[in-house]
Design a protein around this ligand. Structure first.
Ligand SMILES: [Zn+2]
Length: 313
């Protein structure tokens, strides 16, 4: 496959992409300021309990579940006054409630797990993992926007958490999403991957970085790749995107055509950065690399980009 031919129809989802399965209708334009209370009065409503990068699940049912009834959340000591409305799910309204993990009484089928683990452990359904991405991002945004960025006054939540309004100057504030460009640079039969010191041993992945003000996606791909590796990029092909609730990013996945060969890595960001052959990358994906090297975690968009390229001929 030639990823840079306009005639090629690139597949966007060849494998499981975590956090992309959300099916909740956010009702963004139809929310009233009492939307959370209205949802709490509805018996069908379920709550996600999320905080400090963790999520509460119950494991005493047929299968693990992250959706709690309001009375069960109250029994766990949750304060529902800062609940936010995610919208209408297939079985009714879904709320997200801020959780302090240290205060959750973990026992009797109640567990607190890392939000990050939900995309690799397979405990929860894809649509619930997707809803967790929405909930975690919105809770983080509400939590870090308690005061007005214009006058410093106190902000109050409106529209079930989809807006905050300043009580002093009346400014409206809306949830934000921070775009990140993540790219696999490829040239002939090789691709460029790097590893940061915080990666698990042997793990290599795509290069990535925040898109800066005034930048296009493709400009960010070219700038980040050059800054981190010294490699120049020509054509950039968008492939797929992934919500990344740490705290509220959107990963924008691209395959990029490298037009130079010589790597000059940014050693402050990367421990190593090099070219890998397609055959070597296939070994890294299926766990047969002779040196034990691996390529990105399953469920992450980096893995998807790498696999898409490695499997294309
Ligand atoms: Zn203000």
């Amino acid at each position: 496959m030639n990823f840079f031919s306009p005639e090629e129809n690139c597949p966007q989802t060849t494998e499981w992409l975590a956090f992309t399965g959300n099916v909740i209708d956010p009702l963004s334009e139809k929310r009233t300021d009492d939307a959370v209370q209205t949802a709490l009065d509805d018996d069908r409503t379920r709550l996600l309990l999320i905080g400090e990068g963790k999520v509460c699940i119950r494991t005493d049912g047929v299968e693990p579940n992250a959706l709690f009834k309001a009375r069960d959340a109250l029994a766990l000591g949750m304060d529902l006054s800062e609940a936010i409305l995610l919208g209408n799910g297939p079985d009714g309204p879904v709320l997200a409630v801020p959780m302090r993990p240290a205060e959750v009484p973990v026992a009797n089928g109640i567990e607190v797990i890392e939000l990050r683990s939900t995309y690799t452990n397979g405990l929860l359904k894809a649509e619930v993992v997707g809803a967790l991405a929405q909930g975690a991002a919105l809770l983080s945004w509400n939590n870090t926007h308690r005061f007005c960025g214009r006058c410093g006054g106190e902000n109050n939540m409106r529209a079930g958490g989809y807006r905050r309004v300043c009580l002093s100057c009346g400014a409206d504030h809306f949830p934000r999403t921070d775009p990140v460009a993540i790219m696999l640079a490829v040239k002939d039969d090789r691709c460029l991957m790097g590893r940061s010191a915080r990666f698990a041993p042997g793990m290599y992945s795509c290069l990535a970085g925040f898109i800066e003000p005034g930048e296009t996606i493709e400009a960010a791909v070219r700038r980040e790749t050059f800054e981190e590796s010294g490699i120049r990029i020509g054509t950039v092909r968008y492939i797929a995107s992934q919500p990344w609730p740490f705290p509220f990013s959107l990963m924008i996945g691209c395959i990029a055509e490298a037009i130079t060969d010589e790597i000059d890595p940014d050693t402050t960001e990367l421990e190593d950065c090099r070219w890998f052959s397609r055959a070597e990358v296939r070994q890294m994906l299926d766990g047969t690399h002779p040196e034990g090297l691996r390529a990105a975690t399953k469920g992450a968009i980096a893995r998807h980009l790498i696999a898409l390229w490695a499997e294309a001929e």
